[in-house]
Design a binder for this molecule. Structure first.
Ligand code: CMX
Length: 438
């Protein structure tokens, strides 16, 4: 076994013992009551999962193994000459629990480069889709096609012991993550660049190689990719993509099947597809107003119009956060350094000034502040990546890091099949009647 895998296993064994003892001593403790509103309205705020990789505070934002995004930007190893964190480092942190050294990160980069070869039948599956199909559809299908490679599925069929599940899930995780940039770049070049594909460069880090295969050689775009692939990786366990991956994995579906489930969830407009929707919304506004620099008054009027038409303002609001998303702030800082005069970036900043009081004024939107998706498209567009329906694929490549590191933990800790209880409204009415009579 490689040393990363060995370290993961010994850390997981310690954690497993701790959990066992917690459950033996406190397993019957209640941590909160559940209201009917929570049951009917998307289970908001119900603590019902353990996800070791990150924790979301509604006011502070995400922390990965205790580290905030500004801390990660400072502490995680960087590429030579770069100033943004390498996502390989975040993956190591989420998997192992410690901040990696430069050697750890180089080791992960090299492992992923070594495993990045994508079998031909996966490209055949992508090619079988009409070019017009949404990139997320092609991406998810390609992940499913790659499932033929699953070491976990094969080992399970061969009858391995429960105690060994984690080892094969780990191997699948490393191989799947290694291959995603190649698959994503293939879809991009196929759909938007006349199928002129670019071969990987095994000497580059995971993000820089991805940028290279997409066709972007600008060093600051590579820095953007490192930041982008780091900050989109994980957002604790209850969001749709993380939860779907975890849920499907709990049936012992292999990491390919589980991750594909997460990706079909990420493709929804209330989740990851919002990054595409934000740019569309800005472009439609600009088109309607016949300007690429709408004034704050014009933006305010357009927000009111969007709300009146019964639509959401994409990139704003969150099911858990109640403040500006630190992932938005990190991208804003990047834009201030690299492209402060870009008109779309400036529009994003103007929307940020105008939207929160209007959204708050509706009296129903619980979080009027921007989320991660409010900023990402403007940055990508600045570097020429203007094909907004590809944006969610970038999010998906990053999200693999968090949800697959979590899946390794799920199996190493022996988490069981997930199966919450549901009830009918008839059951609820009977329950209420009983309460009244008591
Ligand atoms: N624009 C307009 N209305 C909004 C809104 C927005 N940005 N955010 C919330 N609302 C509305 C909801 O649709 C809901 O309306 P109804 O009561 O009529 O159904 C009401 O405000 C209350 O919603 P909430 O409790 O504040 O928010 P939820 O937890 O239900 O939903 C989210 C959270 C993200 C789905 C929602 O804020 C939204 O639709 N935002 C726009 C889409 C978006 O940016 N999604 C990306 C989230 C980040 C990610 O996962 O990538």
């Amino acid at each position: 076994m490689g040393y990363v895998k060995d370290t993961f296993k010994s850390n997981a064994d310690i954690q497993s013992k701790e959990i066992k003892s917690i459950l033996e001593q406190h397993g019957n403790k209640k941590i909160e009551d559940v209201t009917l509103a929570q049951v009917y309205q998307g289970m908001r705020g119900i603590t019902g999962l353990v996800t070791e990789t990150s924790l979301l505070d509604s006011n502070e934002g995400i922390r990965f193994r205790g580290f905030s995004i500004p801390e990660l930007r400072e502490k995680l190893p960087k590429a030579e000459g770069g100033s943004e964190p390498l996502p390989e480092g975040l993956f190591f942190l989420m998997l192992i629990g410690d901040v990696p050294t430069q050697e750890d990160v180089d080791h992960i980069s090299a492992t992923w480069a070594r495993r990045s070869h994508v079998p031909n039948h996966v490209f055949d599956v992508i090619e079988s889709f009409p070019v017009s199909s949404h990139p997320m559809t092609q991406f998810t299908a390609a992940v499913l096609a790659l499932q033929t490679e699953s070491k976990f599925a094969k080992a399970y069929a061969d009858g391995i012991s429960k105690k060994e599940y984690w080892s094969y899930v780990y191997e699948d995780t490393m191989t799947l993550i290694a291959r995603l940039p190649r698959i994503a770049a293939y879809i991009y070049r196929r759909k938007y660049k006349n199928g002129e594909h670019i071969q990987p460069d095994g000497m580059l880090d995971w993000s820089a190689n991805f940028a290279h295969m997409l066709g972007y050689e600008d060093e600051s775009f590579k820095e953007l990719m490192r930041l982008y692939l780091t900050i989109h990786a994980d957002h604790e366990g209850g969001n749709v993509s993380a939860h779907a991956t975890h849920l499907v994995g709990s049936a012992l579906s292999d990491p390919y099947l589980s991750f594909a489930a997460g990706m079909t969830g990420l493709a929804g407009p209330l989740h990851g597809l919002a990054n595409q929707e934000v740019i569309r919304w800005i472009e439609e506004m600009c088109k309607e107003l016949d300007t690429n620099a709408p004034s704050k008054e014009q933006i305010a009027a357009y927000i009111h119009k969007t709300l009146t038409e019964g639509k959401v303002v994409p990139g704003y609001g969150h099911a858990v956060l109640r403040k500006t998303d630190p992932r938005f702030t990190a991208q804003m800082e990047f834009a201030k350094r690299h492209c402060p005069n870009d008109p779309t970036v400036q529009t994003v900043w103007n929307v940020y000034e105008v939207a929160p009081p209007i959204l708050e004024g509706t009296g129903k939107i619980k979080n009027p502040w921007p989320n991660v998706d409010a900023h990402s498209g403007a940055l990508l567009k600045h570097y020429g990546l203007i094909e907004e329906d590809f944006y969610t694929v970038l999010f998906g490549v990053s999200r693999a890091l968090g949800v697959l590191a979590s899946l390794c933990w799920d199996r190493a800790l022996g988490f069981p099949l997930e199966r919450p209880k549901s009830v009918t409204t008839e059951w609820v009415k009977k329950f209420l009647a009983k309460e009244e009579n008591a």
